[in-house]
Design a protein around this ligand. Structure first.
Ligand code: GCB
Length: 571
């Protein structure tokens, strides 16, 4: 699936805006239209739009509905309806006809509606959305308050992870067209630093050839059994790099007997990422990751795509001299990854697999995990900003059952993409059993917070000891993918005590000092970029407050110090 665009051969319009909304209080015929209980915004999570508990916390079926007209000049085209993400399950009906469904939030899905859409009258689109998580879903949820790690036991709603389970149509809904005779279906661009570009792809329908144009030159490739491959070289290529986002366009025309049936322009960057010894190399030079774990989370809209928030967040990342972030704990919007491409930010792209607990894992959990990982790679593999895949965060990888499970995940990623390193984020330190399958060790460590509270000097020693033991066990570069302290903006304390801005600053600076003493440490990602909403729990005060920035994106004290440290790259 390629990201939909309006081109010279394709039209596109979005179905964003105000939709009707109703909870499925009892089974019924919602698919043919229903009486709304409320109005809802798309894209957005629905939860924080509403005040009543029975709407805000509803995770069973809800229905979205709207109508649209189809311009009749498009009647000879193939018409596609696309959802950029629906959490957790989406099932769509057009004019009462079931189009299909999709499971796992955060990845796109689409339906060919050519034979269902009506050019003569209004079309009614009804979408059932459901956010019931279980042992079979990725992420898992509703484990009867028996999660691991223990700090999330007893929270409301019952999730084994530490962010609010927002639900709804989170990203744009689009209708786009292609030619009926033939259209470009997939494009995979791989590059080498000498400027060699390989483009492979799939064409559906009757076309016999594609013409690729880049930087004023063109090559033609024949389409055989629906597939094509072509290569060209860019002279004096400018590499894509951190905050140096050199990008190119390749325009692909699907042709038949001289007619251009489809045309699509794919942006790409030329860069190389690899792991060598204890270093991650970007374009042959070691790169040290400095940045954050994050969330798609903002007041009122929850996890809904908002371009203004995304732009502001990247401005703040640049201000603080960060070079990277991890899409904790799920794939972020494709539009955001495209922005990282345009701006030169390094991304560790994570599957939505947080807190997989092997006490509860079923065959279906693994199937859902493999499916969503494949969808993520298909979606993001052409984006140069994505420099590493993360298959999961904090699974119970100290249990032997995790070994075959993670072997399969790592094999899948490597079979789909051999050009990027792969990581897994552990919280089991040297007791992790699956690190042999990964190139870089990601680890979340909270000395000075969940253990050794208030004791910065001891926390530093603890971090050093843990990291040294991990390096001895795994002999791979280690990135500290989370560390930090909850902090109430405006709370001060001398001497520094937990929850104060002084404590967050002292702890984070102290731990960074230790990381930078250790040669095998390849990155420091503070938890979290900004405060964010969680489930209710006695350890969370109005959400998780480990943000360096507040939820409305104002800097806490720590930011001014970190900005100084990050002014010069470690190497
Ligand atoms: C973690 C999790 C993250 C939590 C964080 C915390 O290890 O990966 O989702 O929010 O700790 O603050 O407890």
């Amino acid at each position: 699936m390629i990201y939909p665009k309006r081109t010279r051969t394709r039209d596109l319009f979005e179905l964003n805006g105000i939709w009707d909304f109703a909870r499925e209080l009892a089974p019924g015929d919602f698919a043919n239209g229903f009486a709304p209980e409320k109005q809802v915004a798309v894209p957005s999570s629905y939860n924080d739009l509403f005040t009543e508990e029975e709407f805000r916390m509803w995770d069973k079926g809800v229905w979205y509905q709207r109508s649209f007209d189809m311009p009749k000049m498009l009647k000879d085209e193939r018409i596609v309806l696309r959802f950029n993400s629906v959490s957790y399950r989406g099932e769509a009906f057009l004019n009462g006809v079931r189009l299909g469904d999709h499971e796992t939030g955060y990845t796109p899905f689409e339906f060919d509606i050519t034979d269902v859409v009506d050019f003569g009258k209004e079309n009614r689109l009804c979408v059932r959305v459901e956010n019931l998580l279980s042992t079979d879903t990725v992420p898992m949820g509703n484990l009867n308050n028996n999660p691991e790690p223990g700090q999330f036991a007893g929270q409301y709603p019952d999730m084994p992870f530490d962010f609010f389970p927002y639900a709804g149509i989170h990203r744009p809904v689009m209708v786009y067209t292609t030619s009926k005779q033939a259209w470009l279906d997939t494009v995979v661009v791989t590059t080498q630093n000498d400027g060699t570009v390989n483009v492979a792809g799939q064409v559906a329908g009757s076309a016999s050839a594609v013409v690729l144009s880049c930087e004023g030159a063109s090559v033609e490739a024949s389409v055989e059994s629906g597939a094509f491959e072509a290569a060209f070289k860019i002279d004096d290529v400018k590499l894509w790099n951190v905050w140096e986002p050199n990008l190119y366009n390749v325009t692909i025309q699907v042709v038949d007997d001289g007619d251009v049936l489809d045309e699509y322009t794919q942006r790409f960057g030329v860069r190389e990422v690899k792991v060598e010894g204890d270093r991650i190399l970007l374009n042959g030079k070691p790169v040290y990751f400095q940045g954050f774990g994050r969330h798609e989370d903002f007041a009122v809209i929850g996890k809904g795509l908002n371009h203004s928030v995304n732009i502001r967040d990247h401005e703040l990342l640049k201000w603080i001299n960060a070079n990277s972030y991890r899409t904790t704990h799920y794939p972020y919007s494709e539009e955001l990854i495209q922005l990282c491409d345009e701006q030169g930010i390094l991304i560790i792209s994570e599957a939505p697999a947080v807190s997989i607990n092997f006490e509860f894992v079923t065959e279906r959990t693994l199937d859902a995990h493999l499916k969503v990982l494949a969808e993520l790679i298909e979606r993001d593999r052409n984006y140069p900003s994505v420099v590493m895949w993360s298959v999961a965060n904090e699974a119970t990888t100290n249990r032997p059952e995790s070994i075959p499970y993670f072997k399969k995940l790592s094999e899948l990623v490597r079979s789909m993409d051999s050009t990027r390193p792969v990581t897994m984020i552990t919280c089991k330190a040297e007791n992790d059993l699956v690190m042999e399958f990964f190139d870089v060790v990601g680890v979340n460590l909270y000395p000075g917070w969940y253990h050794l509270p208030g004791q910065v000097a001891d926390a530093k020693d603890d971090l050093r000891n843990t990291l040294e033991k991990m390096y001895a066990a795994f002999k791979k570069p280690i990135m500290i993918t989370e560390f930090g302290a909850d902090t109430i903006a405006g709370l001060h304390s001398l001497p520094a005590e937990q929850w104060s801005e002084e404590y967050q600053t002292e702890l984070i600076l102290g731990l960074i000092e230790v990381m930078r003493e250790l040669d095998f440490v390849v990155g420091e990602h503070i938890w979290n970029f900004a405060d964010f909403r969680t489930a209710q729990n006695f350890v969370r005060v109005g959400g998780n407050k480990k943000g360096a920035f507040t939820r409305d994106r104002q800097p806490k004290m720590v930011c001014h110090f970190v900005k100084k440290i990050w002014e010069k790259p470690r190497y």
